[in-house]
Design a protein around this ligand. Structure first.
Ligand code: DC
Length: 231
């Protein structure tokens, strides 16, 4: 079986990470959630006063970038969790506060350069499934299989809302989550550096009305065809 690179991009809260991880586990590839890396940098920015009065202090964050080290470690369920300067921050990076600032942080070119370099080094000859916003366009433009996932903003906000409720964030309203989702879509798609756009050769999956199982089987079949060199 040849090792290929699978790039899964798309809008926030489309369930990219869930299906990307499922696919990687099934075919024995490594899986990298690049959103977790941008979230960890955002958490660092919050912890180091690089965000004040709802504004990201870009110069301060850029100056502190050399102090940021990120790595992934698998937990007992085999899920890779992100570590910021040696500390597991997987839970802290999923809060609404981090979600609010991650898109502005991800517009900063110096941040992107640092993370893209680390992402490229992770391939290292192995089969890899990587999800994010710019994987098929910037990180691995030659990826053998590219997917662009999307769904309506309302469906995505509902999913995120249920996820946050499930984790006990009961003080948040659906409207706040919907606003965050649409705001992030806007910033991610209109930023100058590596905007979220579908790669010309990516396959679009709109999962607004698709269940997780069907979506997984569609992706798996497409991935198998690519790995076998049938497409
Ligand atoms: O996938 P996610 O929602 O955890 O990603 C969080 C944010 O990080 C998203 O709003 C945009 C940014 N991001 C990015 O700019 N490039 C990536 N490859 C991954 C995420």
């Amino acid at each position: 079986m040849r090792n290929i690179t699978i790039a899964i991009d798309g809008h926030s809260s489309t369930g990219k990470s869930t299906v990307a991880k499922q696919l990687a586990d099934y075919i024995g590839y490594i899986y990298v959630d690049t959103g977790a890396m941008y979230r960890a940098v955002t958490l660092f920015a919050l912890q180091h006063d690089c965000i004040a009065e709802e504004q990201v202090n870009e110069a301060k964050l850029v100056a502190l970038l050399p102090e940021i080290t990120l790595h992934f470690e698998k937990n007992e369920d085999g899920k890779a969790e992100v570590f910021l300067n040696g500390k597991n921050v997987e839970k802290q990076i999923r809060t609404l506060e981090v979600s609010e600032y991650v898109s502005p942080v991800a517009t900063i070119s110096e941040v992107r350069r640092k993370l893209v370099e680390q992402q490229r080094a992770m391939r290292d000859g192995q089969g890899i499934v990587m999800d994010g916003r710019d994987i098929g366009t910037v990180v691995f433009p030659n990826a053998e299989f590219k997917v662009f996932m999307t769904a309506s903003a309302e469906v995505r906000a509902q999913r995120r809302y249920e996820e946050l409720m499930g984790r006990g964030h009961t003080d948040i309203t659906f409207e706040e989550v919907l606003e965050n989702v649409t705001e992030r879509d806007h910033i991610d798609s209109t930023r100058e550096d590596s905007p979220l756009v579908k790669a010309g050769d990516a396959i679009v999956i709109d999962n607004s009305e698709m269940n997780l199982e069907d979506q997984f089987h569609i992706l798996l079949q497409l991935a198998k065809d690519r790995i076998a060199g049938r497409i």
